[in-house]
Design a protein around this ligand. Structure first.
Ligand code: GUN
Ligand code: ZN
Length: 448
């Protein structure tokens, strides 16, 4: 691809310099720079920002005039299944029957490398169209499905973490591997892709149910032999699932302990759901540095339960935000954050827009050990960005006008109120543009 000219993007810049204060809309950690130029070097990295009132980019800068729009770091979706775009919004099931009825049959198609390649391209383009620039992704058990995602992400310059799914039992024909074949596939994929460009490999255990103890041990060995690998899996999502794991692993103290015994919990371990955990489990997450990818859309849709974010904060383990499509019903992380707000409302906890947006940007980057590269607009960060319209449609425009004080008789509201209304109402239709390493990769309208 050709060399990139330096880019200057004009917009209202919003990001975080530190974790916001829990449960309060104060501006701690929040950096809002209305009507600024964000300056991105030819290397695709952020150089800085200057107020548009007093600064004009020179003639060598390619200008993208998104004035009046909201520019944030691209979202980071820490748990999502690429092949499950085929089953998103499937009716009438809870986790275990949903897997058997919809998900496993759909995943069988990905044995065909052509299906996997087409699916990977469709999926990553969809992420970009939703303002998501980095993701931790499940493909299928097939080596070609992981290969296809790495290829497609490389073509788009995206930060991607994925790995072939490990599952050698309790799954239908065509979706099972075996310990030795799986090890060989993982080794080959790690050699080829881990640390290549913006790709990283994740040891990908589907869940404790679908791997034998021997396969879990093999997965743990992979992580010890190759520094810097991630680990992704599901934990304590659904009560029937938890009971099944207890029967399969009677020696383990808890579902989470199954993974701990296999050496799978560490600082780069991402565990989806974590609804049915106890205090010892939460302490184990904290002590190992593993974190929970909270998936509220999926947890509601599959009737799995209400994640206890307050308990996570109290025990000191990390939480990021995930769409978990196709259990989740949207790739939009604004929609997902709005669901997270409602789930905590049911639990008696009021989340701020800052806590929510931080979890989908800088917080996720920190949980993944990637905060030098993504999740914020600091100089040196890779320019993975999403530009959003503040409002869409008559209701959205009116609500935003109320927030900005443009409606006579109503006082302008604090920034938090405006951003909260935006995130509660917005979805991908409000995306103006997505940039990956300073290159425009998606979006309509909004100039540039
Ligand atoms: N547990 C094991 N596999 C899956 C999956 O594909 N989706 C969800 N939500 N939970 C799982
Ligand atoms: Zn999942």
């Amino acid at each position: 691809s050709s060399a990139l000219a330096p880019q200057a993007l004009r917009a209202d810049l919003l990001d975080f310099t530190a974790p916001p204060s829990w449960g309060s809309p104060t501006l701690q950690g929040v950096r809002f720079r209305p009507d600024h130029w964000l300056l991105v070097g030819a290397d695709g990295r952020i150089q800085g920002a200057e107020p548009a009132a007093t600064f004009t980019p020179g003639p060598d800068w390619q200008q993208h005039d998104h004035r009046g729009h909201l520019l944030m770091p691209g979202f980071i979706d820490t748990h999502v299944h690429a092949p499950q775009l085929d089953v998103i919004a499937s009716w009438g099931a809870t986790l275990l029957d949903w897997l058997n009825t919809y998900t496993f049959p759909a995943e069988q198609r990905y044995a065909d490398p052509a299906v996997a390649a087409e699916g990977a391209a469709r999926f990553l383009d969809a992420l970009l169209a939703h303002g998501t620039t980095a993701a931790v992704v499940f493909p299928t058990v097939h080596r070609a499905s992981a290969e296809a995602l790495f290829e497609a992400a490389s073509q788009r310059g995206m930060r991607l973490i994925t790995g072939k799914v490990l599952m050698n039992r309790h799954a239908p024909e065509g979706l099972r591997d075996d310990v030795d074949g799986a090890r060989a596939d993982c080794e080959a994929l790690i050699q080829r892709w881990h640390g290549q460009g913006r790709n990283a490999y994740a040891v990908t255990v589907r869940f404790a149910v679908t791997s034998t103890p021997e396969q879990l041990a093999m997965a743990g060995e992979l992580g010890r032999h190759h520094p810097g690998l991630y680990m992704q899996t599901h934990v304590a999502e659904n009560r029937d699932e938890v009971a099944w794991v207890a029967r399969l692993f009677p020696e383990a103290r808890s579902y989470l302990d199954v993974y701990h015994r296999a050496g799978l919990l560490h600082e780069r371990a991402v565990l989806a759901h974590g609804i049915w955990l106890d205090a010892q489990d939460r302490a184990l997450l904290r002590d190992t540095g593993a974190h929970i990818a909270h998936s509220p859309s999926s947890n509601l849709f599959l009737g799995s339960g209400l994640f206890d974010w307050q308990a996570a904060v109290d025990s000191g383990h990390g939480v990021s935000i995930a769409s978990d499509v196709g259990g989740g019903t949207s790739l939009s992380l604004t929609r997902t954050l709005a669901e997270a707000y409602k789930v905590q409302a049911l639990r008696g906890t009021t989340l701020s827009a800052w806590t929510l947006l931080h979890a989908a940007t800088r917080g996720a980057a920190e949980a993944l050990g990637l905060s030098r590269e993504i999740g914020h607009l600091d100089p040196g960060a890779t320019a993975d960005l999403a530009v959003w319209r503040w409002a869409e449609g008559p209701v959205g425009h009116h609500r935003d006008a109320v927030a900005t004080g443009a409606v006579p008789g109503l006082a302008a509201q604090p920034l938090h109120a405006r951003v909260f209304a935006w995130l509660t109402l917005a979805d991908e239709r409000q995306l103006a543009a997505t940039y990956v390493a300073g290159r425009r990769r998606a979006g309509r309208g909004g100039g540039g």
